[in-house]
Ligand binder design. Structure first.
Ligand SMILES: Cc1cc2nc3c(=O)[nH]c(=O)nc-3n(C[C@H](O)[C@H](O)[C@H](O)COP(=O)(O)OP(=O)(O)OC[C@H]3O[C@@H](n4cnc5c(N)ncnc54)[C@H](O)[C@@H]3O)c2cc1C
Length: 290
């Protein structure tokens, strides 16, 4: 069995060089709540683990240009306690807060949730809904990638060898803009989403939606940014007709699997219901942020 090497670099350049220079599989370690389980079960067999938590700025949240920058290795517990972030982006924070237990929250990160690339990852639809950008570093320098372009399939991402996520940028919000995330699980907690839904909306002074993004999780190999669902919301005050259009648009794009948590038909129906409920919460929050 090949030996497993561990490194905890203190500069980004060193981390990139280690990841890019590995001859076999090299894995980034953030919180380890997915990676350690996979290592123990033998599902992944890296030759090198690069712990990024000592990199400057990779843990913590700062406000910049009216928006927020969240370090890739910031644990859920820190995100949940950041009052300004919670006020601006309640959907992103509630999605992160749903992940695991108190113990898991002490470690789990947005970057790990995204790069583990589970179709049911909770924080990912919420981040996509608000237009979050992943700042990726690698051998060719730094690039900014919309979060929806990171996962490419279950367990797969668009990151190239040597690349990793340094931080996430959440844009400055206009007035009367907010977001929400809901998931449906068979139990009350500690389960994987049957469907997850993130919605962000911006309203005008009359309460009419002027911009929207809707993202569904767990209904396809990757989270789905549903343009038809956003179109259903834009120009409306969220009346019954709009909700019916939203429900239909959400159901239309679903390509789920049948498993022990639900059938294809069930997941598809739940996606429509969840889209309506999440949109209603996002509208209500946005209206209060005038
Ligand atoms: C008991 C339990 C309950 C859970 N409940 C939920 C849940 O309710 N909802 C949910 O969505 N998930 C859940 N999870 C899964 C897991 O906790 C989350 O996916 C978590 O966000 C992973 O973050 P992490 O920092 O621990 O990732 P890690 O385990 O450190 O990494 C996960 C993957 O991402 C890669 N990676 C990590 N950081 C980076 C980076 N900066 N750049 C590039 N690649 C990176 C790693 O190499 C690895 O492949 C649960 C896990 C457990 C053990």
């Amino acid at each position: 069995m090949p030996s497993l090497n561990y490194a905890a670099p203190t500069t980004v350049n060193e981390a990139v060089a280690l990841l890019a220079g590995a001859s076999g599989l090299a894995k980034v370690l953030s919180g380890g709540t997915d990676l350690l389980v996979q290592l123990r079960s033998g599902r992944v067999k890296p030759e090198l683990i690069v712990d990024t938590k000592r990199l400057p700025g990779i843990m913590g949240i700062r406000e910049e240009n009216g928006g927020f920058v969240i370090g890739a290795a910031t644990p859920g517990a820190v995100i949940e306690e950041h009052e300004a972030l919670k006020h601006a982006y309640p959907g992103v924070v509630e999605a992160m807060d749903l992940i695991g237990s108190t113990q898991i929250q002490g470690r789990a990160t947005l970057a790990g949730n995204l790069c583990n690339a589970s179709p049911a990852a909770d924080s990912v639809p919420a981040m996509i809904a608000v237009g979050a950008i992943a700042v990726v570093v690698g051998p060719n320098g730094k690039r900014e990638v919309p979060v929806e372009q990171v996962p490419t399939g279950p367990g797969r991402t668009s990151l190239a060898k040597g690349e990793f996520i340094l931080e996430f940028r959440l844009p400055k919000l206009p007035a009367r803009a907010s977001d929400a995330y809901l998931r449906f699980i068979p139990r009350t907690e500690m389960d994987i989403a049957v469907v997850g839904c993130g919605v962000s909306v911006t309203l005008d002074a009359a309460g009419v939606c002027t911009a929207a993004r809707v993202c569904l999780g767990a209904v396809a190999p990757t989270p789905l940014l549903v343009a038809g669902a956003a179109d259903a919301l834009i120009g409306s005050r969220l009346d019954d007709k709009t909700l019916a259009r939203l429900d239909a648009a959400a159901q239309e794009v679903c390509r789920p699997i049948t498993d022990k948590r639900g059938t294809i038909e069930y997941r598809t129906r739940v996606a429509g219901v969840l889209a309506r409920r999440t949109a209603a919460i996002a509208f209500e929050r946005a209206a209060k942020r005038g």
